[in-house]
Write a protein that binds this ligand. Structure first.
Ligand code: MN
Length: 247
């Protein structure tokens, strides 16, 4: 273990960003530590695919098993693979959060694939089987303070998800004033990126790329978004809010 590895680990431990995403050190395989202490060549961070926190069919009937298999094993995997390729080709030594925060400094392949990796790692965790319903506690208070009522919040979030033209995401984020805000981003951008028009710390988000719903819902994005509310992991969203408030 050399100094640079120690500082990398310290950074990961202290980073509320990673804690927020629930990613922690699992983003980095142990091979990166070995590689960095080895030949000195090819010592780029190796990003890895996090496992789904539930079975592929656990979100049925709202999201079908085959969609989850393809979405996680193929789409998310491809973002990870292509991110590793892009940082190797660009000789970039940076953590995932550095790539995201400073997206404007990097190539489109880095921006798209770092975003894809972060967004999906986040997305899996804010869903769970038997989720949904109306939240209580601090998250409910924060929603009511910003949007008057849960119903109005839901309407506004659905609107953001529906009006995002083409591929992208809708988000609930904590803005610079500490208030909750709803917005959307194109492609694999997210509100943490310096290039994003909508900025904040995401605490909840929905993938509205067609690959997230097309097998079951075809062109009916509204039906997918409506069903998705049955999966929201409010405990995770509340934990994200708590972490975002402590930044
Ligand atoms: Mn996706």
């Amino acid at each position: 273990m050399n100094d640079s590895n120690n500082s990398r680990r310290d950074f990961l431990r202290k980073s509320s960003f990673l804690a927020l995403a629930g990613l922690g050190t699992q983003l980095f395989s142990s091979s990166i530590l070995k590689a960095a202490g080895g030949s000195g060549l090819n010592s780029h961070a190796e990003f890895t695919l996090p496992p789904l926190p539930y079975a592929y069919d656990a979100l049925e009937p709202h999201i079908d098993k085959m969609t989850m298999e393809i979405h996680h094993d193929k789409h998310h995997m491809a973002y990870v693979t292509n991110l590793n390729k892009a940082v190797a080709e660009g000789n970039i030594h940076a953590t995932l959060e550095e790539l995201i925060f400073n997206a404007s400094k990097y190539s489109m392949p880095v921006r798209n694939n770092a975003g894809g990796h972060w967004n999906h790692s986040f997305f899996w965790k804010i869903m769970k089987p038997g989720g949904g319903g109306v939240p209580s506690g601090k998250i409910a208070e924060a929603i009511n303070a910003s949007f008057v009522s849960f119903d109005e919040f839901k309407t506004k979030f659905n609107d953001a998800a529906m009006k995002r033209f083409g591929s992208g995401w809708a988000w609930l984020a904590v803005d610079a004033n500490g208030k909750l805000a709803i917005g959307s981003t194109p492609n694999q951008d997210n509100p943490l990126m310096d290039v994003s028009d909508f900025k904040g710390t995401p605490i909840m988000g929905i993938d509205v790329w067609e690959h997230a719903y097309y097998l079951k819902y075809q062109n009916k994005r509204a039906d997918y978004v409506g069903a998705w509310w049955n999966l929201v992991n409010w405990e995770e969203v509340a934990a994200n809010l708590n972490l975002a408030g402590k930044k």
